[in-house]
Design a protein around this ligand. Structure first.
Ligand code: DP6
Length: 407
């Protein structure tokens, strides 16, 4: 008897042109196009195993070992139904020899290798891994772009995690969403020197979710309308060119402007939404001063901050400058000893030593731009880089045991 099962992993992506606003909340069609950098799955990923079996009584999903309800008509149910429909239409109806596994119920187990408490969005990598694993389970001939349209209905930003490298999500114009798809602007190999430093900022209170926050912005912000009509189209083009030309200075300027404008439309929402806190703003001050100094030396911008719907900073920098950026951040935000995993070998042999001993600011840096914080204000630093798209994994890496329940 055949076992129908597949496992895939998918990456996190961090937007440099932000998606914020839907014109169709059911199909998840955005009010503007967006663009992101896919981060390396070796460091941050969601892994998902899907199995179809005639004996299963209902579709079930476990997230990090705990069962998650699949609400009828909800986003998960939609993605699973769309994948079954693709299996039926593109495989089973075309070739009657193929087993009719689209009629079977599925068991799905998913696992994030980063703590949810880190406040990193897991919905993008999660829905991308779900769709990628089902595509393998169903042996679909579908392209990543077709799959992106299904992941999009799970969470908008998830469509961009179907590709590695630098990825655009074209908003499209069709009411049915058929042209609202992700597209690769450049692969990981085009600019592998693009690195990212995630500063995990502690946040006690629960913020406004992206889904409800952006809907309120659409309903109440006049600034959002200006952004959609007059700002994003031009930025999409300029940042795509900057990426193609590996022009970090332009990439950085646009990235920071777009993060700022996203937080400005959040503030322009009624009632206003604040995602950044004092720590977030201090990190901005450090990056601004760091870039000022770099421009003074004739080198252009060397770091770019961006913030999503929370206080965490993601700082993009080229490989050659990341160590300096880490040392700068640690000067203001001391880390718990042994907390930093130097996975990309920034500090060589000393990587396992106390990171705080490595803290320093560049010569000429105006130290008064921010106050120094206590240990814990930035509770972790994750150094990663641009990465590839979803990967198929072997059965040994599967998350479901023989009986079809999580291991
Ligand atoms: C600020 O994709 O999480 O991270 O489509 O409602 O699930 P839903 O929203 P989501 O929003 C992401 C917003 C953002 C910007 C971005 O990733 O482009």
């Amino acid at each position: 008897m055949s076992i129908y099962q597949a496992t895939a992993s998918a990456p996190v992506n961090i937007a440099v042109i932000k998606y914020w606003g839907k014109r169709d909340t059911k199909l998840i069609l955005p009010t503007n196009s967006s663009l992101s950098v896919t981060l390396d799955q070796d460091h941050l990923r969601s892994t998902t195993t899907s199995r179809a079996d005639a004996s299963f009584e209902r579709d079930q999903l476990w997230l990090n070992g705990k069962e998650d309800e699949i609400k009828p008509g909800g986003r998960l149910a939609t993605c699973i139904a769309e994948m079954k429909r693709l299996r039926k239409e593109t495989v089973e109806d075309k070739n009657p020899e193929e087993p009719k596994i689209s009629d079977y119920k599925v068991h799905i187990a998913s696992y994030n290798n980063f703590p949810t408490a880190a406040g990193l969005a897991s919905s993008a990598s999660g829905f991308a891994a779900l769709v990628a694993s089902l595509a393998h389970l169903y042996s679909l001939p579908a392209s990543p772009s077709v799959l992106s349209a299904i992941a999009r209905q799970g969470s908008g930003s998830a469509c961009r995690s179907l590709f590695g490298g630098f990825v655009a999500w074209d908003m499209g114009t069709q009411p049915n969403g058929s042209d609202s798809l992700a597209r690769q602007v450049a692969p990981q190999s085009h600019w592998p020197e693009m690195h990212a430093l995630i500063c995990v900022v502690s946040d006690a209170k629960k913020g406004t979710s992206s889904t409800s926050g952006m809907q309120r912005t659409v309903e109440t912000s006049a600034l959002l309308q200006h952004r959609i009509a007059h700002v994003v189209p031009e930025r999409m083009e300029s940042i795509s060119n900057a990426i193609l030309q590996k022009d970090f200075d332009t990439f950085a300027r646009i990235t920071m402007k777009d993060s700022n404008q996203f937080h400005a439309v959040a503030l322009d929402t009624e009632p206003p939404i604040f995602y950044m806190n004092d720590v977030s703003r201090a990190i901005i001050a450090l990056v601004v001063e760091y870039n000022r100094l770099s421009v003074e030396k004739g080198q252009g911008y060397k770091a770019a901050y961006t913030y999503d719907a929370g206080p965490n900073a993601v700082i993009y920098a080229l490989e050659e400058n990341v160590k300096e950026v880490v040392q700068l951040v640690v000067s203001y935000f001391p880390q718990k000893p042994e907390e930093f995993k130097d996975v990309l070998g920034l500090f060589g042999e000393r990587g396992s030593l106390d990171l705080n001993a490595q803290a320093k600011v560049p010569v000429g840096f105006n130290e008064a731009v921010a106050q120094r914080f206590e240990i814990g204000a930035v509770k972790g630093l994750i150094h990663t880089r641009v990465g590839d798209g979803p990967r198929r994994l072997s059965d040994e890496e599967g998350l479901l045991a023989a009986h079809g329940l999580p291991k």
